[in-house]
Write a protein that binds this ligand. Structure first.
Ligand SMILES: Nc1ncnc2c1ncn2[C@@H]1O[C@H](COP(=O)(O)OP(=O)(O)OP(=O)(O)O)[C@@H](O)[C@H]1O
Ligand SMILES: [Mg+2]
Length: 367
């Protein structure tokens, strides 16, 4: 009898995958940065990745790496604050959380009362935390920095504090921040020096085909379940290597195995359930960002799946779809709006395509 173990795929936000595919280069880089930083070289790191690309998983992995090297490390995620949460509240919570996670007993509110000036109070707090931590290098990982876009000064104060002479002289911190690219852009628009400060960057991309295959096969090791060749090919075609989509799809496929085998008969039901989940979690709100006219274009992009130019799009509307009364003169504006809203992507040659193949399937099957 085949022994089937619990589903090894991890489609939960931030749940560390069993196999971290295609991140070896980035991990190597962080290892060498830790060495440099341990020697006192000054820099901090920014990680950029779209939704579900693996920011949280990788930051948590970096926390373990740092600890293995003997450095204490704190992981924290910024949450979307209340509408009127100020940058001061955010800095205060960050300091309290770091102090608490390290098991230190530092009176942060006392420092904020004593030093009315926020950067000075923050410098004092970071100095105290560093000294009490007894760690040669203190690694602070802050996830989802885009959530501070309502109080962007938070980041500028952090930059100011980290570049202050006292912090450089008396402490040794390494900050690793993660953000979505769009969220980061919004900081740069407000506080340009922030970009220059976080010059070292890691950009998270989708997995390539080999890494996807490696990730699936190795996640399945010792489970008693196999994915037949065509299934892995399909996973590649539909997920295009997007880590979250891959985990979700593979999780459904695994759940539909029969006698330890996942083959074509499991495919449709798994794909439909994956798309349904993605719809609820993300695609439906994304789709609803489009106006009715834009939605009509979105269907054309979803059907094509390929990069298309504006003239090609115009042809499709008039001759293939024969949409009566479509304001063809405005296509360019509609397309630009769809790009701004993140529903389609544009290549250097100005041709555009649907954001994501799963998103295309969602539109074609459920809209
Ligand atoms: N390199 C990877 N290889 C395989 N799976 C991965 C990889 N990185 C992340 N995952 C998986 O992808 C999913 C998303 O990862 P994670 O939550 O870390 O992404 P994120 O960028 O933080 O997403 P969010 O936008 O929700 O914050 C999780 O199910 C995780 O297990
Ligand atoms: Mg995350």
């Amino acid at each position: 009898m085949v022994q089937i173990v619990t589903n090894p795929f991890t489609p939960q936000s931030g749940l560390e995958p069993k196999i971290l595919g295609a991140r070896d280069g980035l991990v190597e880089e962080v290892l060498s940065l830790l060495v440099k930083r341990g020697r006192g070289e000054q820099f901090h790191l920014l990680m950029l990745g779209e939704w579900g690309m693996g920011k949280t998983s990788l930051l948590k992995y970096y926390k373990k790496l740092s600890q293995n090297k003997g450095y204490k490390s704190v992981y924290t995620a910024l949450t979307k604050g209340d509408k009127d949460e100020s940058y001061k509240d955010m800095i205060f919570s960050l300091l309290e959380e770091i102090s608490f996670s390290l098991g230190l007993n530092i009176d942060i509110s006392g420092l904020f009362k004593k030093f009315k000036n926020i950067p000075i109070a923050t410098i004092e707090a970071f100095k105290n935390i560093y000294l009490d931590s007894n760690s040669e290098l203190l690694v602070i990982l802050i996830d989802d920095v885009q959530n501070a876009s309502g109080a962007p000064k938070f980041l500028d104060i952090l930059r100011l504090v980290l570049s202050s002479e006292q912090i450089i002289k008396d402490t040794n911190y390494l900050f690793l921040l993660s953000s979505t690219p769009g969220g980061w852009e919004s900081f740069l628009k407000r506080y340009d020096p922030v970009g220059r400060f976080f010059r070292k960057k890691q950009i998270l991309s989708k997995l390539d085909k080999n890494s996807l295959e490696f990730t699936i096969k190795n996640t399945l090791l010792n489970t008693g379940v196999v994915f037949k060749e065509g299934i892995i090919e399909n996973c590649w075609h539909y997920s295009e290597g997007h880590p979250y989509e891959l985990q979700l799809l593979a999780n459904h496929l695994y759940d539909n195995q029969v006698k330890g085998v996942v083959n074509n008969s499991c495919w449709d039901v798994s794909l439909v359930n994956t798309i349904k989940d993605l719809g609820i979690e993300y695609f439906s709100s994304l789709y609803n960002k489009a106006s009715d006219r834009e939605k009509e274009l979105l269907v054309i992009f979803a059907e094509s799946g390929e990069y298309i130019s504006l003239p090609e799009l115009r042809e499709l509307i008039i001759y293939k779809k024969k949409i009566k009364g479509y304001p063809v003169a405005n296509i360019k504006n509609f397309v630009y709006r769809l790009i701004d809203k993140g529903l389609i992507i544009r290549r250097d040659d100005k041709k555009c395509r649907i954001l994501d193949r799963m998103f295309a399937e969602y539109i074609l099957r459920f809209k």
